[in-house]
Design a protein around this ligand. Structure first.
Ligand code: URA
Length: 241
């Protein structure tokens, strides 16, 4: 039984699921079979964010159940984890027709659901799969090829989180070099999951040294033990994995 304090979060999570399942905010609700909220442990330390449901996901209402999902499960097994131990979500909760790319208006309509999922799950690491999730959650236009395999320290929902972009498994399925890189990037996850994160509840110092807790922790060097180095974001590089 989860601690009492987890219960309101559980209710909110189920409310959010129901909201997503009946969502009509964008035109994709007209063509989808089922909305795909996401699945896994709602208290997971590790969250994966993909792009959008494909054919099988749309049919079953579950994320990553096709060939990309099989590869994701295999990659998880390579670090001794199962999908039930993580939470798997997508940028879009409804399938774009013919698996076309998500459109900006669809992302804008759907992204509040993802931010609310992250705020409720409170993961330590958010692993973005491919360009769409990475660009959305990093807030940067830099493509996956340049940012993959390096953790970025971010603050989501008032908490410090490692954002860890990697290639999308669907892309790696057809490109052996990409698959090799994806395997290399995945094996760094256990170390990242064990890396300390700064508290986001530090009191705000006035004047010099002020900033968010994450910015202060980076400035003070408090993150030097974090898994061999972490990229605090687009402005500063600390030397990473
Ligand atoms: N690709 C995604 O990005 N998400 C899924 O759920 C399945 C395939």
């Amino acid at each position: 039984m989860p601690p009492a304090t987890d219960q309101p979060r559980g209710d909110e999570f189920e409310d959010l699921r129901r909201e997503v399942e009946r969502c009509t905010l964008c035109a994709l609700h007209e063509t989808r079979t089922r909305a795909v909220f996401g699945e896994g442990d709602p208290h997971a330390d590790l969250m994966f964010v993909g792009e959008a449901p494909g054919y099988h996901e749309d049919q079953q209402g579950r994320p990553f159940v096709g060939s990309a999902g099989k590869l994701l499960e295999e990659l998880l097994a390579s670090i001794g984890m199962q999908r039930s131990q993580v939470f798997i979500a997508n940028v879009l909760k409804s399938r774009p027709p013919d698996n076309r790319d998500p459109r900006p208006d669809e992302i804008a309509a759907c992204e509040p659901y993802l931010w609310r999922q992250i705020a409720l799950i409170q993961p330590r690491v958010v692993c973005t799969l491919g360009n769409f999730a990475t660009k959305l959650l990093s807030g940067e236009p830099t493509g996956i090829t340049r940012v993959r395999g390096r953790a970025q320290l971010r603050e989501f929902g008032g908490r410090a989180v490692y954002l860890y972009p990697i290639f999308h498994p669907a892309a790696a399925l057809y490109t052996p070099a990409m698959l090799a890189t994806l395997r290399e990037d995945i094996v760094k996850l256990p170390e990242l999951l064990a890396s300390p994160l700064p508290e986001s509840t530090l009191p705000e110092p006035a004047g010099e040294g002020a900033g968010t807790p994450v910015e202060r922790a980076v400035d003070s060097g408090a993150l030097s033990a974090a898994g061999g180095g972490v990229d605090p974001g687009p402005t500063e590089q600390l030397g990473l994995f």
